[in-house]
Write a protein that binds this ligand. Structure first.
Ligand code: NDP
Length: 300
């Protein structure tokens, strides 16, 4: 069997187009432009690339982008001061503080200082609690992107067996909450799980968010299952030249795609969905702030 490839690049372009259309309608009908503020502390090269891409795609969707770049030695108090100003600014509907933060800062304290209604990353403790109790929350972008792809693939997820490998606060746990909310039977596997291959083979939906290159191989997968590979790992690629790298997921694509019914590739799967969902969350936050209906097809 050869799996259907779930094209995250194409699907994320569709989601961004949907965001763009609804932003245009919001502007025309209400004169409101959603605004996203992104705060970058320090010069981490990967974070700089992410922030640049976020800014570019925010503007392309017709929204306002506010970038705040702070030196690596900025004090936590100064960062908290900026967060307070963004919380109070009516032109800012979404606030994202790019992680990781420099070691002298307490990331939890900074994230929990963001107004939960503007917390478009969905990491604030209030949003975590709202999601866990089935209330209206801001949902973390990567799991939201995975959920959108799964709903697009299957429609109703109710009753499906879902296994999430990984229990991080950023991906694994919120992914499991979202699948539970869509009435899947959910198992969370992690580094202490016994006979993890057997657990994974029960899955109709298998989400890998581990950070271990190509750990999940074809023999872990139930024939016909849908496999969502969240992992992004840089591995040496001597075939491309000395010192070169390539990106692989947490799933061994070659063997897994022989068994799965559908699978996301890396790159070009979950990755592009994350920024698309950040834009969707910013639009959602803006609609909620203005007492308008939720955007269509862009929320959990
Ligand atoms: P974390 O390192 O925070 O969490 C990894 C999880 O995997 C932990 O729960 C850990 O278990 C579990 N784990 C580690 N080793 C094993 C093992 N051998 N068997 C079973 N479980 C194991 O990672 P993140 O959740 O932040 O990220 C996961 C991956 O997703 C990474 O590759 C990351 O780059 C990628 N990512 C991609 C994004 C995207 O936009 N596509 C966004 C965010 C992340 P334990 O808790 O027991 O230690």
């Amino acid at each position: 069997m050869s799996a259907k490839i779930i094209d995250g690049k194409a699907f994320s372009a569709e989601v961004r187009a949907r965001v763009g259309e609804q932003v245009a309608r919001l502007k025309a009908a209400h004169g409101i432009t959603p605004g996203l503020a992104v705060v970058l502390v320090g010069e981490d090269p990967a974070s700089q690339v992410y922030v640049r891409n976020k800014g570019k795609q925010t503007v392309e969707a017709g929204m306002e982008s506010f970038e705040h770049k702070l030196d690596a030695d900025t004090s936590e108090a100064a960062l908290l001061d900026l967060v307070a100003r963004l919380n109070a600014d009516p032109a800012v509907h979404g606030i994202l503080v790019q992680l990781p933060l420099p070691g002298h800062m307490n990331a939890d304290a900074v994230i929990n200082a963001i107004d939960p209604a503007k917390d478009v990353d969905g990491f604030h403790i209030s949003n975590v609690g709202l999601l866990a109790t089935g209330q209206k929350a801001m949902v973390p972008c990567t799991p939201l992107g995975c959920l959108m792809m799964l709903r697009d693939q299957h429609g109703d997820l109710s009753g499906m067996n879902a296994v999430v490998v990984g229990r991080s606060n950023i991906v694994g746990k919120p992914m499991a909450q979202l699948l539970l909310r869509d009435s899947c039977t959910v198992t969370i596997a992690h580094s202490r799980t016994r006979e993890i291959e057997t657990v994974c083979r029960q899955a109709d939906i298998l989400v890998a968010a581990v950070g271990r290159p190509e750990m999940v191989t074809g023999d872990w997968i139930r024939p016909g299952a849908t496999v969502i590979d969240v992992g992004i790992n840089r591995v040496p690629a001597p075939e491309k030249g000395e010192g070169k790298h390539r990106l692989v997921g947490d799933v061994h694509f070659e063997s897994a795609s022989q068994v799965a019914g559908a699978i996301t590739p890396v790159p070009g799967g979950v990755g592009p969905m994350t920024i698309a969902c950040l834009l969707a969350n910013t639009l959602t936050a803006c609609c909620r702030a203005n007492g308008l209906p939720e955007p269509e097809g862009l929320t959990a």
